[in-house]
Design a protein around this ligand. Sequence first.
Ligand code: ZN
Length: 166
Amino acid sequence: MIQKSFLRNCPICQEVKGWRLHGQRFTLSEDHPLKEGYDVVACESCGFVFADTAVSQEDYDRYYASLSKYADAATSTGGGALSWDAARLKETAELLARFEPNRDAWILDMGCASGGMLKALQDLGYGRLAGIDPSPGCAQATRNLTGAETWTGTLFKCPGWKAWTV
Ligand SMILES: [Zn+2]
């Protein structure tokens, strides 16, 4: 392993250096914020492993809001339109159901894409479902597919939570 100074501080403890575990490189369009790839690093203080990138949260938010590949159910994963994607979502939903068997529990899919995971959970009998996605198209597709409460937003810019006061 190579020791390095991070491009961003450790999200857990704010340490500034650690070890490079892997160099993740992509073949992406010029408008993608991660076009250069990133290093996967381990913090030398707490051991947290994360993507060391100089790309800002605002850049990610802008990318996923306007250029999300998940908005088109016919060409992307996450919506369950493709048979293998639906099988993957069903398998994941069944795994999640083992951890939360209460069908009346609220479940929020943060980054819901076009709603395939919420649909798979709905098929298992869950009725209190909600989704948030930075792409308005994804939020609408999720609403159309599931009838779930959906909002356009991110983890860092959450919409109002009135639906969560049960
Ligand atoms: Zn740390």
